[in-house]
Design a protein around this ligand. Structure first.
Ligand code: ADP
Ligand code: MG
Ligand code: ZN
Length: 479
């Protein structure tokens, strides 16, 4: 089998929970994590005789998402019923949009090795989320929690423009960051606020027709999406190379075994018996309404990035990392405004903060300190109160037990030693203990100085002022 003979085609259907306060057709709260079936009412429990009323914020947020992704906004849209039976769907239909979605024909731009690439968006439509089934480990049955039933979603359907798992990840990261910037979804993937159905097919290079695709449902981590795509590519190529045919299926991904498993055969649109929702009026949007939303859009990542290059002289690479997340970008700007040291703030975010986020698999939104506290950390180094090696330890504390850096330093006794007498004592002690290094230095080995400074740092557990140490050593060694 050679992958080189094949081309990979990928399209994503992304569901994002909108961060409206209330549900799409009733006034129940949307908040995550409440006790089961406490955020429910007769409407979202589908009691007979109840009627839905469309939450205007849902339309506003969806239009915002459409405008931020270069879509055309439909002036004349409507809701449709999508009929299917499942225990987490109390009405036995989902109110969604079929042939007149709110937004169409957009695109999201990603950076590839060959330059910028546009991933087309077929559509963005609004719909309601279903409830959740909790499989009872003790009783053996399944329990239904309807708190999520009626939480508003947008579904963002991409064109089959994606050609690798790497591009899929870039696309999803870009989309996530745009939704975060315009504040229509918190995009918390672990809580299921952002999840993707991943469609994958392969075809022999040179073929003009797409191969048969499989669709893997509800993927909610970047890592598993990459693994799933790679697995599906290999699996499909194996089938074709063995003379078989890929079946169009809906799959589920198992993270433990690293494999996909069939869920059901793919249903077609006609199986859903879509028809216009008779309990809701059409959605007619005026030019003025759309214009006002356009005006309310905040600065998007691309424009922030350009500004960071010019205003703060960040490198392209650093500006990309920082603006990839609204939360990192806000942290950067907030801290820089206070401490006036963009370079230092940039370095903290790019190196130590990013490393800790990676190691702990934390999302930027979960950073437990604010821009004011980061600015204070930078200023404490600038003022010489702490050395940068101590500051690294302070940062770890700020992640583990969030509080002001000053409090951490006080508590831990980490204030830098800048007292001349104290520094001199340490220097003399180190010189006496390391005659060989002294001789080396005097014999022309400049490196020996670094070793001596290192020893003095060790002696003071990193608290000595490094510039003063250096100076004092040079003075003493000249004697
Ligand atoms: P549904 O899954 O609801 O039937 P669509 O037919 O509109 O919806 O397709 C869903 C997704 O599948 C889209 O993101 C589209 O880009 C993608 N897609 C369509 N055909 C292929 C293909 N042959 N290979 C990979 N992805 C595809
Ligand atoms: Mg689908
Ligand atoms: Zn309700």
């Amino acid at each position: 089998m050679s992958r080189d003979n094949y081309e990979v085609i990928i399209g994503l259907e992304v569901h994002a929970e909108l961060s409206t306060k209330t549900k799409i057709f009733c006034s129940c709260p949307t908040e995550f994590g409440a006790a089961p079936n406490t955020h429910v009412c007769p409407i979202c429990m589908a009691m007979p005789g109840t009627l839905p009323v469309l939450n205007e914020k849902v339309v506003e947020y969806a239009v915002k998402a459409g405008l931020a992704t270069n879509c055309e906004i439909s002036r004349d849209s409507k809701n449709d019923r999508k009929n299917y039976f499942y225990p987490d769907l109390p009405k036995a239909y989902q109110i969604s949009q079929f042939d007149k979605p709110l937004c169409e024909h957009g695109y999201v731009e990603i950076d590839t090795d060959e330059g910028k690439k546009r991933i087309g968006l077929t559509r963005i439509h609004i719909e309601e989320d279903a409830g959740k089934l909790n499989h009872d480990d003790f009783g053996g049955g399944s329990l239904v929690d309807l708190n999520r039933a009626g939480v508003p979603l947008i579904e963002i359907v991409s064109e089959p423009d994606i050609r690798s798992s790497e591009e899929a990840e870039k696309y999803l990261r870009k989309l996530k960051s745009i939704l975060e910037y315009i504040e229509v979804s918190d995009c918390k993937m672990q809580e299921g606020s952002l999840r993707a159905d991943v469609n994958v097919s392969v075809r022999k290079k040179g073929d003009t027709k797409f191969g048969t695709r499989t669709e893997t449902k509800n993927m909610n981590s970047f890592k598993s999406i990459t693994r799933e795509i790679e697995y599906e590519i290999d699996r499909q190529i194996d089938i074709i190379e063995d003379g078989g045919e890929v079946e169009q299926e809906t799959l589920r991904w198992d993270d433990v075994s690293g494999k996909t498993f069939p869920m059901r055969n793919k249903e077609d649109a006609e199986d859903y018996r879509y028809f216009p929702e008779p309990d809701l009026v059409a959605i007619k949007l005026s030019e003025e309404y759309i214009e006002n939303i356009k005006k309310s859009l905040p600065e998007l990542p691309e424009s922030r990035k350009q500004r960071y290059l010019e205003e703060y002289k960040l490198s392209e690479k650093d500006a990309n990392i920082i603006t990839s997340s609204k939360y990192l970008s806000d942290l950067f700007e907030g801290a820089t405004k206070i401490c006036n040291n963009p370079k230092a703030v940039n370095n903290w975010i790019i190196s130590d903060i990013s490393r800790i986020l990676n190691e702990t698999e934390m999302e930027p939104i979960e950073i437990p300190f604010d821009s004011k506290q980061l600015a204070k950390l930078v200023m404490l180094i600038d003022k010489g109160t702490i050395s940068s090696s101590i500051a690294k330890k302070v940062l770890v504390e700020m992640f583990e037990h969030p509080r002001d850096p000053e409090d951490i330093i006080d508590e831990k006794g980490w204030v830098q030693i800048s007292d001349e007498g104290a520094i001199k004592d340490v220097v003399l002690k180190v010189l006496e203990a390391n005659p060989q290094s002294v001789a080396d230095y005097k014999g022309g080995k400049d490196k020996a100085l670094g070793y001596l400074v290192g020893q003095a740092m060790k002696e003071t557990r990193g608290k000595a002022n490094p510039q003063m140490l250096n100076k004092m050593f040079l003075e003493e060694l000249k004697k």
